[in-house]
Write a protein that binds this ligand. Structure first.
Ligand SMILES: [Mn+2]
Length: 240
């Protein structure tokens, strides 16, 4: 599954790093950005849920017409758990997913349906041949067009799917090479101190749920905007 969109000509496009249930923080950050839901759009690099305070709010966010997300490994664990995979359920709970089991059945099923609809990748075309890609962890084989074709044809190998959801190679090695077929690839998954660019891959996961910050990136002018986590802000306040 892949979602293909055209660049927004009516307003601004923003992308946000791993939210992990920090939806209140995201709301504050969107206010700072003067986000306008009537014309702007927001893209999530996935891992919207688990560990943070307000994971169940994901259902409300995913119904907004201006909010588009790719699937993260945490959404995949939730899907596998909800489909009855006991090992996935244990792994999910051990990774901050107990909120899901506490939900009423109707909401659990709504999460399953909403997460199963999440594409593995989003492509935003600028109409002049330029593309921005969004995927949770990384683009397999540094080949965007092959990823898109594999998703469209249903022929993506499991190893490539795992790379898209789980790989940390690029963040660990510092350099993983240029991804062909896109001007810029937006990812998350491996927390960085600040939004970090490896070749044409920009990692927007700045560890909001680990006391870091939540980061927005504007696709129109490449401006970044970050908000420290509330816990971190409180600590600073007490120290002064
Ligand atoms: Mn992840």
């Amino acid at each position: 599954m892949i979602l293909k969109l055209q660049r927004n000509t009516q307003g601004r496009d923003w992308a946000v790093g791993d939210i992990h249930g920090c939806f209140r923080q995201l709301s504050r950050l969107l206010k700072m950005a003067a986000f306008n839901p009537t014309c702007d759009r927001l893209f999530s690099v996935g891992d919207m849920v688990d560990r943070g305070a307000d994971s169940a709010a994901v259902l409300e966010w995913l119904t907004q017409p201006w909010f588009h997300a790719v699937r993260g490994n945490h959404e995949q664990l939730a899907i596998d758990s909800l489909l009855g995979d006991k090992q996935a359920e244990i792994r999910h709970v051990n990774n901050g997913g107990s909120w899901l089991l506490a939900l009423p059945t109707a909401q659990r099923l709504a999460c399953l349906a909403a997460f199963q609809r999440l594409p593995y990748a989003i492509e935003i075309a600028d109409g002049a041949g330029g593309k921005i890609g969004v995927v949770h962890a990384d683009c397999p084989d540094n080949d965007w067009d092959a990823l898109v074709a594999g998703l469209e044809n249903g022929t993506l190998p499991d190893a490539s799917r795992n790379t898209a959801l789980w790989s940390r190679e690029r963040a660990r090695n510092g350099r993983g090479g240029v991804v062909s077929g896109v001007e810029l690839l937006l990812v998350g998954h491996t927390p960085q101190t600040s939004a970090t660019r490896f070749d044409n891959v920009l990692n927007l996961d700045t560890g909001a749920v680990y006391g870091g910050k939540l980061t927005l990136f504007c696709l129109n002018d490449f401006v970044e905007l970050s908000l420290p986590s509330e816990e971190h802000g409180l600590m600073e306040f007490q120290l002064h």
